[in-house]
Structure formats: structure tokens, C-alpha cells
Design a protein. Sequence first.
Length: 257
Amino acid sequence: MSHVLSDVSTMTTRGLRLVSRDADAMITAVVLPVIILLMFVLVFGGALDTGTEYINYVTPGVILLAAGFGAANTAMAVERDMSGGMVDRLRSMPVSSWTVLSGHVVASLVKNLATTAVVFGVSILLGFRPQATALEWLAAVGMILLWVGWITWLATLVGVLVRSPDAAGGFSFFVMFLPYVSSAFVPVDTLPGWLRGFAEHQPVTPVIETVRGLLTGNVAGAGAADLGGVAALAITWCVGLGLTFAVAAGVAFRARR
């Protein structure tokens, strides 16, 4: 176990160094969610009726969107390792595939926490006023980490499977799609009937409603009876998808030559 922890620590440190050296990607991961937040609050917010202050409604969705952009960068970092020769060197060492990939995942978690803090700061300047207790803040951060975890493992799997940086970068389109077709920006009952069903039964909606409920006390999700039920559904989605994609990424890593 000590060797495993040491390997994970080493690969995480390497991942953080790669992030710090890729200033353009880091700036984009921070600036783009902030621009989206400003656009929705300042441009569209006055025309959207969500039953509450729009800044309080939209902030949790933008936070999850920011995490998705960070995951897209992880997919490209993994692909560069796979095609650039780094993995070939690691295969000659007594290092497990899970350890190599976990370094990218943990580094992505740290990076996304920093991005989330920036989005939170801008939202507070725009008028976001969370009513959460210390315990609710801790639960909200945990929920965000679970979301970042499963989507980062998915990005890692994509990075292992694809054969070019462009293909890995295409993962960002998938990441951007899910939050838009959810309760992130408008209540799902305002969507057309054929689209509402998808929004109600995809993982983003319960995660957003859990974070929104913890921070503001407002649970406006698709048929959500109470915050506890929504949170249980969100945790089930995140843990189930995270384990699935983590196992798949490890298998794909060992199979690729």
C-alpha cells in the first residue's frame, strides 16, 4: 500500500506540474465558465423566470459546467501520454495502470476545485447569496467532487481510447451538452415534452438540484420530492458511473499497445 500511495503521489505531482505549465488551458478553463455565468446572468437572466433570483438558480449549473471543461483537458493530457511515449516508459516499471491514470484524475480534482472557487467568487460579486450552514457547504463540496470524479474518469477513458489530441478535445462537446439539457439554466418543466424526459433522467439534473438545495434551500428539480431523495439519486449516479468508467479505463489502458 505504501508503494501504491507513493506512486499515486508522484503521478499526481506530475499531473499538477503539467497543469501549471499549460497556462492557456488553465486560463480557458477558468475564463470560459465565468463568461458563461456573466452571459446568462446579465444578458438572459432578466427574461428568465425560475421562481427565485436567477443568480442563485444558475450558479450551481455553471460550477458543474466548469468542472466539465477541466475534464476535457484531462482527456487530452491522457492521450498525450498514451501517444507521446511516456506510457511506454512507465510500462517498463513496476507501476500499475490504475496508479498512472489516478494521477491524472487527482490532479484534475485539484484543478477543478480551483476553477470552482473562482466561479463562486464571481457569482458572489454578482449577487449570489448562499444560505448554507458549514455542514451543508461541506456536503455541497463533496457532491461537486463526486461529479468531477466520475466525469474525469470518463475523460480518462476517452484519452486512453482515442488516437489523436483532436479526438480527445472533442470530448468537450459532450461535456457542454449535458448541463444545457438539464435543470442547470431553466426548470425542466419549461422544456418540450420529448426533451423533458431526457433532462429528468440524466445524471446532471439531480447533482445540480442537490448542490442548489444545499446552498440555497431551493430544490426545483424534475419531480423531486425532497432534498434527501435527490441527493441519494445524485450519489448513486456519480458512484455508479465513476466505478464503471474507472474499471473501463484500467482495462483499456492495459489492452492498448
